[in-house]
Unconditional design. Sequence first.
Length: 105
Amino acid sequence: MKKIMLVFPMLMLLTIMSFAQDRTPRVNERQRVQQGRIQQGKRSDELTQDETALLRKEQRHIRRSDPRTKADGDVTLNERKHLDRKQDRASRHIRRANNNEIKPN
């Protein structure tokens, strides 16, 4: 009986977490596309090693923000807007670095 009482809350937690992960499919897709753009820039030598490191660091920051946003099981409109703004900024940085306009911050 004790095992059942331990397993049930764990199953509930996993259910909530899996539901929350599906709440931001657009964020996940944009993240994947941006990482691909960085890889392509590195392969074509449009990005220097330092630029690539800065862009990857920015992507890591966004990737770490996403689970924290989903942690409570509900992604609010403000949280989604915040992630969108971060990804918009990262996208601009990738474009500028690939075109050598200005270096990302």
